[in-house]
Design a binder for this molecule. Sequence first.
Ligand code: ASP
Length: 314
Amino acid sequence: MPSPASRIVILGTGGTIAGQAARADDAVGYTAGALGVQVLIDAVPPLQAVDLEAEQVAQLDSKDMDAATWQRLAQRAAHHLARPEVQGVVVTHGTDTLEETAWFLHRVLAPAKPLVLTAAMRPASALSADGPLNLLDAVTVARHPGAAGVLAVLAGRVQAAADLRKRHATRLDAFAGGDVGPVALVEDGRLRVLRAWPRGEPAGLQAIARDPAAWPWVAVLANHAGADGREVRALLNAGVRGLVVAGTGNGSLSAPLEAALVEAVSDAGVPVVRCSRCADGAVIDPPGAALPSAGERSPWQARVDLLLDLLVQP
Ligand code: ASP
């Protein structure tokens, strides 16, 4: 019998980590999510010594991540994390929306056990695929005594969901940890913990219980040279329920875009949150800001926050 809480559950959702190309030297012309999660596990011999089970929750390219998959993933992760024999859960995922899924799971579950996402920049069929080591590292983190919260492990770095940012389109080391850097490093199979594991107040599964087809539409738009209010009015006419605007610099907006967004709040009752399109740095509200900012949240995280706010509104 394995000792209590020694089991690791691996939930597969697809992504490049499960991608397959016709040729081993083709790192872009592949099908993401082609392989099942058990195939990924079987490619990592040291995992044979781990008390593991696997479940396929989805099999998609994470560019196509959707509300129904998020709901199911949160439900399955919560189910397994609640089992006394489970020490931690690992999720294999695509890199494209990894930071959104990580933040969504953090906001909904903020688990006391580790919920560790991992991914890869090269498909499983590639020369020097990065997925197998990332998966092994993710399991190492999930098995680490005291590890907690929603984390992402890639290229030896363990990032908290709050700080996770995809920064590069193709490099293996594609993720950064915002202004604060990683929570821990995985070095030759050993974990060097740098700071406290992330904690949070979970919204709970009841917050996302509604039929995903009926989840409110929250759109992200940006300020840019020549930005005006037409896009805002088009979105309102199309039925948008919440807006996140990625402003320039410290969340600044062109005068016509800001006027249209203020009108969206006052006339249409659509909430607007202001972020920055800069990769790093929090938005600091000047006195009397016309629209509230999301502080250090990225536009993609702010979209999740606004979605959850709208979901729990009566
Ligand atoms: N398009 C892929 C995905 O997000 C990219 C990746 O996983 O690296 O599923």
